[in-house]
Design a binder for this molecule. Structure first.
Ligand code: 1CP
Length: 346
């Protein structure tokens, strides 16, 4: 049996913009509650955090979607908020989503954050990666990830999911020294976590900047981009990196210039048009609307083919959703999504 190296895996080759016999596919939140086998493990574990912190269980749910649908990548089962917990912030998950009951409000809170040493406080992620790689088909890539500093800061300061980001924006404008110190700490932590995951066998790293698009361009350039750029500079030349930003159509040219090999697009952006806008400088990942998977399998296949027809085989495309799989999704529709791209093998 020959062993495929990271350079030969389809996802890695697509991010290097090589011409391929077909487009690779994976889905954001491909592990999750839409799968009955995930709900069974979650029930047994007693909650989301228990699953993440138990490498056997985390590896099991990482592998579940790959076994069922044979995507081209597995993404390690964890969460962007785990580094905040490792830095000393209490973290809970309930039905309403994540909560950080002791948010960062002032400079002293930032100074009290512990520097992140992933091999110590996030070693369960490293162990999960080892277990997953052992079971993963040779041709399947393994993805590690981290939140980008601005998105991490939004959770650290707001204490959970926010609508207006009022606390974060006040800190940004009125106490920019504290904001910048927080961003420095988070950029350092993010880079350390990404490097750790690459060392533990990841072929690709994703930097999720889910909330970047809540900023207008001028603020994004001033308050978010420098730290994302720093994380990318500190992880350069290891494995391909993808930056995902939501609601970020107004930032695409700038996102493409950050230094990542790929950018992830949400479903509001015109994907074929983005190849022109970014001049082929980066690979593009996306971007079927996750809500389309709530339609029937035929409609999912039709919409997936339409997206791939529009991309027209341009090198540097990774098929994915514009955001995470919804928990109401019928697994048959995920199967239809993956099958549509696979049947187009050239
Ligand atoms: O079982 C459950 O109830 C937990 C639901 C869940 C899951 C499956 C959460 C809570 N996190 C995760 C796993 C997760 N989160 C993964 C790995 C699994 C996979 O992709 O298959 C990844 C990559 C994430 C990343 C993540 N977490 C992001 C960035 C991507 C995105 O969705 O924009 C964000 C913003 C989070 C925070 C978070 N964690 C969980 C929820 C419900 C949220 C979002 C809440 C919010 O909108 O603020």
């Amino acid at each position: 049996m020959t062993t495929l190296g990271t350079d030969e895996r389809l996802l890695v080759r697509a991010l290097r913009r090589e011409p391929l016999s077909r487009t690779p596919v994976w889905l954001m939140r491909q592990a999750g509650r839409y799968l009955s086998e995930y709900r069974a493990v979650r029930e047994r574990a007693g909650g989301f955090l228990q699953m993440v912190r138990d490498p056997e269980l985390a590896a099991e749910v990482t592998l579940q979607p790959v076994r069922r649908f044979e995507m081209d990548a597995a993404i390690v089962f964890s969460d962007i908020l785990m580094p905040l917990q490792a830095m000393g912030m209490p973290l809970v998950f309930d039905e309403g989503g994540p909560a950080l009951p002791a948010p960062v409000c002032e400079r002293g809170h930032v100074e009290a954050l512990k520097p992140l040493v992933p091999a110590e406080s996030l070693s369960y992620v490293g162990e999960t990666l080892r277990l997953v790689r052992r079971e993963l088909p040779d041709e399947t890539a393994l993805i590690g990830f981290c939140g980008a500093p601005f998105t991490l800061a939004s959770y650290a300061v707001e204490g959970g999911t926010a609508r207006s980001f009022a606390r974060l924006r006040s800190m940004m404008y009125r106490d920019s020294g504290t904001f910048e110190l927080l961003m420095d700490r988070l950029a350092e932590a993010a880079a350390a976590h990404l490097r750790y995951q690459a060392e533990r066998g990841c072929d690709v790293l994703v930097l999720f900047d889910t909330w970047a698009g809540s900023l207008g361009r001028e603020d994004w350039l001033r308050y978010a981009a420098p730290w994302t750029r720093r994380v990318l500079a500190q992880t350069a030349g290891i494995v391909p990196r993808v930056v995902f930003a939501g609601h970020a159509d107004h930032l695409l040219e700038d996102l493409a210039a950050l230094g990542a090999e790929g950018i992830g697009l949400d479903h509001r952006t015109d994907l074929p048009g983005t190849f022109e806008r970014t001049g082929g400088k980066v690979a593009l990942q996306g971007n079927l609307d996750p809500a389309v998977l709530l339609a029937g399998p035929e409609e999912v296949a039709r919409r997936t083919h339409a997206l791939l027809d529009a991309v027209d085989g341009r090198p540097g495309h990774v098929l994915s959703l514009g955001h995470g799989v919804l928990k109401e999704t019928d697994p048959e529709c995920v199967a239809a999504f993956v099958a549509a791209v696979k049947e187009r093998e050239r």
